[in-house]
Design a protein around this ligand. Structure first.
Ligand code: KG4
Ligand code: ZN
Length: 353
């Protein structure tokens, strides 16, 4: 089969994404975000997100087909995020994908959102090099993992993960402590540009010698978040003004330091010569910069999608769907359900054996 033409639908959180790809070529990527509707609550409200998906999905589909200049009958398949994510939000995308699959008589593939964050880099940098074993650092709002990638369809092994908060979650919580808007990642990233990353030495989770024995490739951001809160409370109690930019920069430095050090260590331990960065936090400027320095120093090839492709979108789901279809895998059952806890080792929902 020539490169499959795939429609991808994403609705796991607060972005309604519709993408169309041909193999690893992106033809359209329409994203409608409901983030504005969640700002005043300081986090995503599932019911609000579901309703926004319902309103956004049909117009996003129409725009995507118009942009791509293809018609539904040309499709080789429809890929949709089946997990992990918010169940009520996932269900909107899955229902749409099922309806289109039946109406257009096209095979349906339920795929993993997290693996989509890794696969999206193919749209920018082409296929993975089979001669360069790949490790992925996946950093999103809900997940932080190191993944050994044999291939994106059926060979992904999690070699480390967070034992408490995800990196993105820490960003969002620290932003709240600093009185900054939701989502915290982009605002802290911006504030940090004007701050001193060495102003405050915040803890680097799971990097002490005794932690490394059991948790060498695992992460912990809960202690860091608490350390930032305590520091801010102490300063406030003393009547001092909070140097928001310095706190943001120092916090960001602690996150980027741990993520990059462990990622490079994992590459060396598992013999990976390529490191692939993915997930919403992969848009972070300091993480991108420090990773570039440290992978270069270690002789590791760095692959990182442009920031606009790091956050949730439909093209990442479509490109993973294209990989699954190209592998010859059977479509998912039409009774496909949402799986809020879908493990990262399962790239797509295979039919029952
Ligand atoms: O992958 P994503 O779009 O959604 C999930 O699958 O969770 O990630 C969202 C997370 C949020 O926590 C947001 O604060 C964070 O990505 N984020 C960033 C940046 N842009 C988004 N974190 C740090 N720096 C950024 N520039
Ligand atoms: Zn995501």
């Amino acid at each position: 089969m020539s490169a499959p033409l795939v429609l991808g639908i994403e609705s796991s959180c607060d972005e309604t994404g519709v993408g169309i790809v041909r193999g690893d070529q992106m033809l359209a990527n329409e994203v409608a975000s409901s983030v504005e509707q969640h700002v005043r609550f300081g986090g995503v409200v599932p019911e609000v997100a579901s309703r926004a998906h319902l309103q956004a999905i049909v117009p996003a589909l129409e725009r995507a087909f118009e942009k791509a200049g293809v018609s539904p009958d040309e499709l080789d398949g429809i890929a949709v995020t089946s997990g992990p994510g918010l169940v009520g939000a996932l269900v909107v995308g899955i229902s749409a994908a099922k309806a289109l699959s039946l109406a257009w008589n096209k095979p349906l593939y339920g795929v993993n959102h997290l693996v989509g964050h890794v696969a999206v880099d193919l749209l920018e940098h082409g296929p993975l090099d089979p001669d360069s074993p790949t490790m992925a650092l996946l950093v999103s709002g809900g997940h932080t993992s190191l993944l050994r990638i044999g291939n994106l369809v059926d060979d992904i092994e999690e070699v480390g993960t967070t034992i408490d908060d995800a990196a993105g979650e820490a960003y969002d919580k620290v932003a709240r402590v600093l009185g900054l808007a939701y989502p915290g990642g982009p605002v802290i990233d911006k504030a940090a540009q004007f701050g001193d990353p060495t102003a405050i030495r915040f803890p680097r989770g799971l990097t002490a010698k005794h932690d490394l024995e059991k948790h060498r490739f695992d992460f912990s951001f809960s202690g860091l978040k608490t350390a930032v809160s305590r520091w801010v409370e102490t300063e406030q109690a003393a009547g001092r003004e909070i140097p928001v930019n310095d706190v943001a920069a120092s916090f960001q430095e602690a996150v980027a330091d741990v993520l990059t050090a462990k990622a490079v260590d994992a590459c060396q331990r598992f013999g990976a010569t390529t490191l692939l960065l993915g997930g919403g936090v992969a848009a972070n400027s300091r993480l991108r910069g420090l990773l570039e320095e440290r992978t270069a120093a270690a002789g590791i090839i760095l692959r990182r999608p442009r920031p606009g492709l790091c956050t949730d979108n439909g093209a990442m789901i479509a490109v993973l769907g294209a990989q699954v279809i190209a592998s010859g895998a059977a479509p998912s059952p039409i009774l496909l359900g949402a799986d809020s806890g879908m493990p990262v080792s399962r790239s797509y929902e295979a039919p029952a054996a």
